[in-house]
Design a protein around this ligand. Structure first.
Ligand code: IYR
Length: 226
């Protein structure tokens, strides 16, 4: 295909798999992803920074609105900072669980047996916060508006989670409510807002997860044949 491009394009080729191989790759990938669970009990064993870098590199391959890549991942293994994050998150969560009128939430969350105690925010060797950039300051001092920020950062976070899982690491998509305290603690600009807080580490040896079932494909996929 030859077009007169105003911007540089390069050919894009992927190895053409046979149909059998196509399906085998899909089955293998699904089988591995299906072993992932959100974890709330972490081993304190250290995780090298390189593992976090690799997961963020995977996240950084996400498609994004206008390819503006509107995310920043901020990682810390600083015990003092983790303690401050935990204290602030638990204060918000105490309000959520005890003071706010949230009966619908409480019923929906019952089987997860979550409460306001967030020990994992200190036990997990790393905390990684995904920040969403509503706009991005450019070198010339102007502010670029970003598009489809939620979708873009959501996809990046999905890839981040999958990459951690591939490395045998675990995480939790933790969203203390509200999360504004993270902007301050991590000294992020006002153009960014905290999106998801990920504790990252190996699951604790005695880690348990609630018994949940994934909805069957028949509920997840509607096929309209032509
Ligand atoms: N943010 C609270 C409550 C909570 C909300 C949802 I939706 C969950 O799937 C799990 C928990 C907490 O982290 O405990």
């Amino acid at each position: 295909m030859t077009r007169d491009h105003a911007h540089p394009f390069v050919p894009y080729h992927r190895p053409r798999l046979s149909v059998t191989e196509t399906l085998r790759h899909g089955e293998d990938f699904h089988r591995r992803l299906d072993e992932r669970r959100s974890v709330r009990w972490f081993s304190p064993n250290p995780v090298p920074l390189r593992a976090i870098e690799l997961a963020v590199q995977a996240a950084n391959t996400a498609p994004s609105g206008a390819h503006f890549q509107p995310w920043t991942f901020v990682a810390t293994n600083n015990p003092d900072l983790k303690r401050q994050v935990r204290a602030a998150a638990e204060e918000e969560e105490r309000r959520f669980y005890h003071e706010r009128e949230a009966p619908d939430w409480h019923a929906a969350l019952a089987r997860l047996e979550t409460d306001e105690h967030k020990e994992f925010l200190e036990t997990a060797p790393w905390l990684v916060v995904a920040f969403a950039q509503k706009s991005t300051p450019l070198p010339d001092g102007s502010l670029r508006k970003n598009y489809y920020v939620n979708e873009s950062v959501g996809i990046a976070c999905g890839l981040f989670i999958a990459a951690l899982h591939e490395m045998g690491l675990a995480t939790l998509t933790h969203t203390p409510n509200p999360m504004a305290f993270l902007t301050e603690l991590f000294d992020r600009p006002a153009t960014e807002r905290p999106y998801i807080l990920f504790p990252v580490g190996y699951p604790a040896d005695d880690c348990e997860v609630p018994v949940l079932r994934r909805k069957p494909l028949s509920e997840a996929l509607v096929v309209v044949t032509g």
